[in-house]
Design a protein around this ligand. Sequence first.
Ligand code: GLP
Length: 233
Amino acid sequence: MKVIKVANQLEGAKVAFDILSEKIAAGAKTFGLATGSTPVEFYNQVINSNLDFTDKTSINLDEYVGLDGSDDQSYRYFMNQHLFNEKPFHQNFLPNGKATDLDAEVKAYDAIIDAHPIDFQILGLGANGHIGFNEPGTPFTATTHVVDLTESTIKANARFFDNEEDVPKQAISMGIASILKSKSLVLMAWGAEKADAVNGMVNGDITESLPASVLQKHDDIVVIVDEAAGKFV
Ligand code: GLP
């Protein structure tokens, strides 16, 4: 696990963008993408670059159950706003939050991931160490699954909604086993509220109670943190 400390999010996004550019030059065609506030500046850099994604595929980590792409709190909407509307891809996959048969949806999403092996995965980090929506306790062997969100994640994500009650209680998330299959990964974390999770991820035991700790097993992962998130590493 290579850890790079930067002064701020803008500098960190540039580091991530440079890694992305290298991977594309080396032939990367399929990109695992994340939502949340963490990658926003990185997506801005992608939008403002001359990188061409019209022959590339994206596969997002997760989506809220019950929200469709026109809902402004859905992750599909977020990705359209922050990247896809400005940077067209050949195809963009996200789980379908409105699927009536969630079992069929998770199987279909696994088939999509199998058919398009991910070359480069972007990750944020939950304050409790979650990646995607793989909450503490999720087996490392999990593939795509339906998640009951923890109280702390619902509270953390309430800032994007009008009321905490509006935050969906479930999500569909790519599993840890699938995330680990990506050829390369970049995880970004900003701010003091991520410092304990970053410390556990980098220096702690590999444990299902801190899902991101499993990334220690991957041989091509770069962790980019600002001073506050990286204060213990
Ligand atoms: C959400 C997302 C994660 C994201 C995390 C951190 O729960 N499912 O993919 O990494 O929260 O969010 P933020 O980047 O806003 O801190």
